[in-house]
Design a protein around this ligand. Sequence first.
Ligand code: NAD
Ligand code: FE2
Length: 409
Amino acid sequence: MDIPAGTLRLPARVHFGYGSRAQLGEVLGLGGRRVLAVVDPFLIETPIFGETVAGLTAAGFDVAVYSDIRPELPTESLDDAAAFAREHEPDVILAAGGGSALDAAKLVGLLVTHGGPLSRYYGENLVPGPVLPLVAVPTTAGTGSEVTPVAVVSDPERETKVGISSPYLIPVAAIVDPEFTLGAPRSVTAFAGIDALVHAVESFTAARLEQSWDGGLPVFTGRNAFTDAMALRAVERLGPSLPVAVGEPGDRRAREEVAFGSLLAGVCFGATGTHLSHALQYPIGAFTKTPHGLGTGLLLPYVLQACLSEPEVVERIAAVGAALGSTAATDDGRAGDAISSIVALNRVIGVPASLQEIGITREQLPQLAELASRSTRLIAIAPIPAPSATLLDILEHAYTGDLTERSDP
Ligand SMILES: NC(=O)c1ccc[n+]([C@@H]2O[C@H](COP(=O)([O-])OP(=O)(O)OC[C@H]3O[C@@H](n4cnc5c(N)ncnc54)[C@H](O)[C@@H]3O)[C@@H](O)[C@H]2O)c1
Ligand SMILES: [Fe+2]
């Protein structure tokens, strides 16, 4: 067994469960009375949001609502949001919506506190200090942004989306009430939910990084004793309940399971980081304009197949297989079952099985491998060495949907 060591950085409060939104006034009040609500556009007209704002107003909060959240979060849209925020002089930000709205709110807090341009902060640990306190209320179950130190934006001057990662971006509180996810459309549920599964699996299979306690720690520290204890619990919840939540959107129990699995997965990957499915999805998402989770979910079986080349990783993938219900007698059997279970899950919830199906051409593969190899932080967290040739090999298998074993591992 590994020697226990590790780092967890989390919101000071995390509330989970139906009805937990009733804690909102309590946690916002810790920051102050002037609230900037950065709100997903779909939420504005919903009764649940109307009641939430009415409750806060009645409790003495002064709430200004900003909801011009643009798809993919172009950087200039965040400058507009920050200008609106400065006029209101908030004490605290309420972020409510899907991952895009939560990330927008994180970046507004950053811009209001430390100024732009956002490009100053691209990468890791470049945020100079604390930002406006933020209370996050997700309405999708998938990104985990409510507990993570990262926000992702589109910069028109960059080929792929870029991340800003800093412990200062972790919300001060997360309120995860599955009630907010009940109306999410089928495809949003599927792609957000499969991304949560990828977070859990990539966290559990991440490299264990050598941790030096002297000086500054990296934002993402590789798998550790805390995340090992939680990542498979996320897989156990998400595997069986995600197809139900997609097929029967009103199933409260399935929504609850998926939301909890997503939250656990966020806690895990917010500490460990993710790896190859994410490194490869960033350029694929930029080329095809397909949702983040569609890409990470599509890629995960091919990434795991490539990771079978390392015997130590087989054991971990086997544990994922067991969490997804495999009763095979050997590690090899359970690891194989892990991959086939994820393929089956993708098929049931509508995640395409190959890159050809989403419009990628074979000629694009070398360029995609090259762009993915620039995500050096993600590549370093992978459990296998992943030079460009390995990335290209994964892409070639994913291109045709080939999950046969490699002959020369
Ligand atoms: N910060 C992180 O840790 C992190 C992790 C993974 C992904 N991301 C980012 O999150 C984004 C994806 O987030 P997402 O999957 O939550 O999707 P999203 O926030 O982009 O939302 C997708 C669509 O669903 C709508 N929607 C959201 N919740 C709904 C609900 N309950 N009912 C009806 N409609 C609803 C939104 O208005 C939007 O139109 C990407 O930009 C990705 O890069 C961030
Ligand atoms: Fe993701």
